[in-house]
Design a protein around this ligand. Structure first.
Ligand SMILES: *Cc1c(COP(=O)(O)O)cnc(C)c1O
Length: 222
């Protein structure tokens, strides 16, 4: 199937209120152009260098999302244009995003990445670390960022029961914060979970944003 057909098929299957982020990392610009022609305007990338090259080459009405591990020294490269950073996993990174957003006279939207998977390799705060962080900081000290929700990845496993449990853990933290600390805050509304192999389960478990690469573009090319 072509990129256009894949996108159309996935979009048709999505309930209203679920946003599709087309994960275009390691795919050439022509593939992104095809997705753009099919109406896709939200793209996710995981490397600052690759993202800035693509951002310059493609139309201005694209919303670029950063989804991968982000080094503090790369924040300045994406700060002028990034629409949403999904992968904030330390206070240091939060501070750097606030600083670079201020330099660009912008407010940058972000998600806190939560570690719910069994693999050590995955990034993010544990649910308790996330609660502690939010208690420790005052959002008034970070005028140039908006915390818009949470992001997480399930364990890479064929056991969909494990995946479902992890998405439930993430969703319940999301609901807790939404009804608690962020009760008066209408920006806090996104739960980014679900990739090619597990997005139907993620949607069942309350995802508002899925990040799909392989099922749109095929295997990554470089
Ligand atoms: C690569 C990546 C995706 C997309 O994965 P697919 O399995 O290709 O859909 C989603 N989220 C993150 C954080 C990624 O790094």
């Amino acid at each position: 199937m072509s990129i256009t057909e894949n996108i159309t098929k996935i979009r048709r299957s999505l309930p209203t209120g679920v946003t599709l982020v087309a994960v275009s990392k390691f795919h050439p610009i022509e593939d992104l152009q095809e997705a753009y022609a099919a109406g896709q305007r939200i793209f996710g990338e995981s490397r600052a260098q690759e993202l800035t090259v693509k951002q310059k080459a493609l139309p201005n009405d694209i919303e670029w999302h950063f989804i991968g591990p982000l080094q503090s020294n790369k924040v300045k490269d994406i700060a002028p244009f990034i629409h949403l950073i999904h992968s904030i996993d330390s206070l240091k990174l939060l501070q750097e995003v606030n600083k670079q957003a201020a330099k660009n006279n912008r407010v940058i939207r972000l998600l806190l990445e939560i570690h719910v998977a069994q693999e050590e390799a995955k990034h993010g705060f544990t649910p308790n670390e996330c609660r502690e962080l939010l208690q420790k900081i005052s959002l008034a000290d970070f005028p140039n960022i908006r915390i818009c929700g949470l992001m997480g990845m399930a364990t890479f496993t064929g056991d969909m029961h494990i995946v479902q449990q992890e998405f439930r853990t993430l969703h319940s933290l999301f609901v807790e914060l939404k009804n608690g600390l962020f009760k008066e805050d209408e920006d806090f509304k996104e739960l980014s979970m679900g990739m090619s192999d597990d997005y139907p389960i993620a949607i069942q478990e309350g995802s508002t944003m899925i990040r799909v690469g392989t099922s749109i573009f095929g295997e990554r090319k470089y």
